[in-house]
Write a protein that binds this ligand. Structure first.
Ligand code: ATP
Length: 238
């Protein structure tokens, strides 16, 4: 990262309550956070502590009960339905634990689904080449390993040139070797395009990958720490 910090997200007092009355679940209890351009941030915390809820709110998949999220200076809560769809579609790349590829489409066609609607997409083959899968373009998801499927999902997210990639347990279903390749593909996107990365994980060792580590507990940020330097994915242990 260079010295000049440009905020991508500014989060103020975000809460999220599911349900009401006695059965209300307070998933987020007041989150304040700033995320800068080009940063790699790792979110750690026990199951149910609110990590996915925050990611979904940042990505416009869910709305905060209270508080504000500014993306490049604009409050996403003020966007109308059309603008919110455009935001979700163009600015944000999502990577989930279980790839969410369309089984009846090839790797290339899965990426094309996105490039046909994005405003300034990459060529689908370029996106697949970035994750080392140009020679698997005509394979269907069932013909690919879990790690390869996840890399197709990353290519699909990358192909629209998103400002931010929100990754919810991207290696949760993978073993060490394939998980490392997936993380390398994400870190490569950060290095080449300056894509800001937010990675949710249960794996404490993955914290070493990021510039900052955010520890969640009970719907709150308990700690934010900075790493002196990023550790390459190949040096992580599962
Ligand atoms: N749609 C929903 N309706 C009701 N409760 C929900 C909903 N989504 C999440 N929750 C609750 O909100 C809390 C936070 O969930 P969240 O998925 O954000 O946690 P997490 O830290 O990502 O957990 P995990 O690591 O297991 O994915 C949990 O108690 C969860 O049960």
């Amino acid at each position: 990262m260079n010295g000049q910090r440009v905020p991508v997200f500014e989060v103020r007092g975000v809460t999220r309550v599911y349900g009401d009355g006695e059965s209300a679940v307070h998933a987020l209890r007041g989150i304040d956070l700033r995320l800068d351009e080009g940063e790699v941030v790792v979110l750690l915390g026990p199951s149910g502590s609110g990590k996915s809820t925050l990611l979904n709110i940042l990505g416009g998949l869910d709305a905060a009960t209270a508080g504000s999220v500014r993306f490049q200076g604009t409050g996403i809560e003020s966007l109308d339905a059309r603008a919110l769809t455009r935001y979700r579609r163009d600015a944000i790349g999502f990577v989930f634990q279980f790839y969410n590829l369309i089984p009846s489409l090839t790797a290339r066609e899965n990426v094309e689904l996105v490039t046909t609607i994005a405003p300034s997409p990459m060529d689908p083959m370029q996106a697949l080449a970035l994750v080392g899968l140009e020679n698997r373009a005509n394979h269907f998801p069932a013909q690919l390993s879990g790690g390869e499927q996840q890399r197709v999902a990353i290519a699909r997210a990358l192909a629209k040139r998103p400002k931010v990639m929100l990754c919810d347990e991207p290696t949760g279903a993978l073993d060490l070797k394939t998980g490392v390749r997936v993380l390398e593909a994400l870190m490569d996107a950060n290095a080449r395009f300056g894509t800001t990365l937010m990675i949710v994980t249960h794996n404490a060792d993955m914290a070493r990958l990021g510039d900052r580590v955010i520890r969640f507990a009970d719907g709150l940020i308990r700690e934010i720490s900075e790493n002196p330097q990023r550790v390459p994915a190949s040096e992580l242990r599962w």
